[in-house]
Design a protein around this ligand. Structure first.
Ligand SMILES: Nc1ncnc2c1ncn2[C@@H]1O[C@H](COP(=O)(O)OP(=O)(O)OP(=O)(O)O)[C@@H](O)[C@H]1O
Length: 303
């Protein structure tokens, strides 16, 4: 179990995180979300022991995670960290990178392990390719596989799928997160992307103003976002009667008190996002068809 107690940290004079407390159980998938600059990457680096805390403690079971003041070499065997910049060895192949820290004592087991991980990240065809010849997304896959090679107990992932194109992202995400669950590997994922969270995270921590502004299961935060920051993470929203209402929770009816005038329709694939005005306030809602500018329609909230 990872336990963070009263963690406080500043870069020189810039405070980034104040009195953070959190607990992550073995095998649990935890998402850290928050605006750019809210300290997500910094928190992951602190969990990894990259910097010394100003105050507080971090424990993985009975081992205290300590920073460079106490450790010559950053990091612990039970924990792996995949940074935004992947720090791979460019002049050796994909399989050599993945197997870099695996023992050569049992070459067959080593090969099987590498093959298994190549399958998880769908890079089997590139096993013998030198890393310097890969695209950004392919390098990100190698970094993920390398972090999994020694089966850590906890994996720290900073925007793990940011370089992967949408075409391949869905599959890779499912493969990696299912693999982590199968092996009971806990993970902490810093992300901007709700797709990394919904359907995968067991819990979410929202960072804002140097602290944890909200925490809970994805369903709970989605259904009852207590702030615009949380609502915005999940999608387009409106504030009606001081309540956050997602664009997909408004539907057109014959008559209601919510009479809006259409301004613009945006094609979104399976629906249109409609921008409209309600007495000067912009209201966003979803509709199956395009609506014409200046159409007047009535809306109802359907949660
Ligand atoms: N090495 C550093 N030295 C000084 N300040 C830093 C350093 N790294 C980050 N910061 C500052 O700390 C704050 C938090 O940065 P951090 O990268 O942790 O945010 P983030 O939430 O991960 O952002 P993003 O989503 O854009 O990656 C920012 O104000 C940033 O400018």
């Amino acid at each position: 179990m990872l336990q963070v107690k009263n963690l406080t940290f500043a870069y020189q004079k810039t405070p980034v995180l104040q009195a953070i407390n959190l607990t992550i159980n073995p095998g649990e998938n935890t998402a850290i979300i928050g605006e750019s600059g809210s300290g997500k990457s910094t928190l992951l680096k602190l969990l990894y022991g990259k910097y010394d805390l100003n105050k507080g403690h971090i424990f993985w079971n009975d081992t205290e995670i300590l920073g460079p003041k106490h450790n010559l070499i950053v990091g612990y065997d039970f924990m792996k960290y995949v940074a935004q910049e992947f720090e791979l060895m460019p002049f050796i192949t994909v399989e050599e990178n993945i197997g870099k820290h695996l023992s050569n004592f049992f070459p067959e087991e080593k090969k099987e392990r590498i093959d298994e991980l190549l399958t998880v990240v769908d890079l089997t065809a590139f096993a013998k390719t030198k890393v310097k010849l890969l695209s950004g997304g392919q390098k990100q896959r190698v970094a993920l596989a390398r972090a999994l090679a020694e089966t850590p107990e906890i994996l720290l992932l900073d925007e793990p799928f940011s370089h992967i194109d949408n075409f391949q992202k869905q599959d890779l995400r499912r493969n990696v997160f299912n693999y982590l669950k199968e092996k009971n590997i806990a993970c902490v994922v810093a992300t901007h992307d709700k797709e990394d969270v919904l359907g995968f995270a067991d819990q979410i921590f929202v960072l804002n103003n140097e602290s944890i502004a909200a925490q809970g299961k994805p369903e709970m935060l989605y259904k009852e976002p207590k702030s615009a920051l949380v609502a915005a993470f999940f999608g387009e929203f409106n504030i009606l009667n001081k309540t956050f209402i997602y664009a997909n929770q408004l539907k057109i009816v014959n008559k209601s008190d919510l009479k809006v005038t259409v301004k613009k329709s945006y094609f979104k694939g399976s629906y249109f996002l409609i921008e409209s005005l309600l007495e000067g306030q912009t209201i966003m809602f979803e509709h199956h068809a395009e609506l014409a500018k200046n159409d007047v329609v009535y809306l109802e909230i359907s949660k």
